[in-house]
Write a new protein. Structure first.
Length: 141
């Protein structure tokens, strides 16, 4: 199985079961989402136990809704996934408008060694903290 096929099975499970992804994390995995500081999902996580803890808490904090089908690209050990999703912040009940993202997965021997999500998550951070929209957002609205 190619890493593209593996990535498709791991991050778009038809039954919603994330355990296969968690089972495929390398012991030295690095996980990062481009979220501004001040939220429970900000920062970089290193090592399988830290990433497993993150995923265990994630369902209590957020609900993700895939808005557009995902696209998968890659060659060899790196796979890039493009998609668009909205996020409901359970703490505030606010649904953050859909935004595009890119997820970069690096593989070694069939295990995920890096999981990087690149997405403008500033609206999520604002909704989590209960902030009003930033001035640049209010001006463009």
């Amino acid at each position: 199985m190619s890493n593209i096929e593996l990535a498709r099975r791991l991050i778009n499970p038809p039954d919603g079961n994330w355990q296969p992804l968690l089972d495929r994390l390398a012991d030295d995995v690095v996980f990062k989402v481009t979220v501004p500081e001040g939220t429970p999902i900000s920062g970089e996580l290193r090592g399988k136990p830290a990433v497993l803890g993150h995923f265990a808490r994630l369902g209590d904090l957020l609900e993700f809704r895939q808005e557009e089908p995902m696209e998968f690209f890659g060659d060899g050990q790196r796979v890039v996934v493009l998609g668009k999703e909205s996020v409901e912040v359970k703490r505030s009940g606010v649904t953050v408008p859909a935004s595009e993202y890119a997820t970069v997965l690096d593989f070694r021997d069939g295990l995920v060694t890096r999981f990087l999500v690149i997405q403008d998550m500033s609206a999520f951070a604002d909704a989590y903290r209960g902030d009003q929209p930033r001035h640049d957002e209010a001006a463009s609205a």
